[in-house]
Design a protein around this ligand. Structure first.
Ligand SMILES: CC(C)(COP(=O)(O)OP(=O)(O)OC[C@H]1O[C@@H](n2cnc3c(N)ncnc32)[C@H](O)[C@@H]1OP(=O)(O)O)[C@@H](O)C(=O)NCCC(=O)NCCS
Length: 153
């Protein structure tokens, strides 16, 4: 059975393993995952999607206190062998639900300009580009900033 649940400290080795296989740069390390999971300020959420509660399929990290009106999807990834099966969609919908529950209007995110697969995925799910930021990533790449309005005041 596939479930979405909060990440725990026991997930960290699997999260780091997934991160190393999915991203070339700007990887989240074990220490950062530990901070997100401990979430002492209550503003960052690390959520995983897992099979039978153990096999990690993917995760997202969400900053709840990004701005007054928006949250920020800091990272989202699905393990290579599980991509294209709807798990990214399930994770993104869950992050959108958390955003709405926090009373925020927008979910914002950044995506590397070369990551056409993720850009197409976000566009398909209603995200639109609102800005670009030069040199955003460790390798100097440009970030496309995208957002989606989740409800209208
Ligand atoms: C981007 C990512 C999270 C998408 O997750 P996924 O599980 O592969 O995507 P899903 O299977 O949930 O796809 C959801 C929808 O998006 C569509 N989609 C997925 N990949 C797509 C692509 N390359 N082009 C167009 N549409 C795409 C799917 O067709 C699906 O729509 P459908 O249900 O109508 O068929 C995943 O590919 C990933 O982890 N990539 C590597 C890490 C990464 O780039 N993260 C984003 C950093 S900003």
């Amino acid at each position: 059975m596939v479930t979405i649940r909060e990440a725990t400290l026991e997930d960290i080795p699997d999260l780091v393993y997934l991160e190393e296989r999915v991203f070339d740069t700007d990887r989240i390390n074990a220490a950062s995952f530990r901070n997100y999971i401990r979430n002492t300020r209550g503003t960052r959420i690390a959520t995983v999607i897992a099979k039978d509660n153990t096999k990690l399929l993917g995760y997202y990290v969400l900053y709840l206190s990004y701005t007054v009106t928006s949250t920020r999807l800091y990272s989202l990834a699905v393990a290579k062998e599980y991509q294209g099966k709807g798990f990214g969609l399930l994770l993104l919908k869950n992050a959108e639900k958390r955003t709405r529950s926090a009373g925020k209007e927008y979910l914002r995110l950044e995506v590397k300009v070369s990551n056409t697969k993720a850009i197409d995925f976000y566009r398909k799910l209603g995200y639109t580009e609102y800005a670009r930021q030069l040199g955003f990533y460790e390798d100097g790449s440009v970030a496309i900033k995208m957002k989606k309005q989740l409800w209208i005041k």
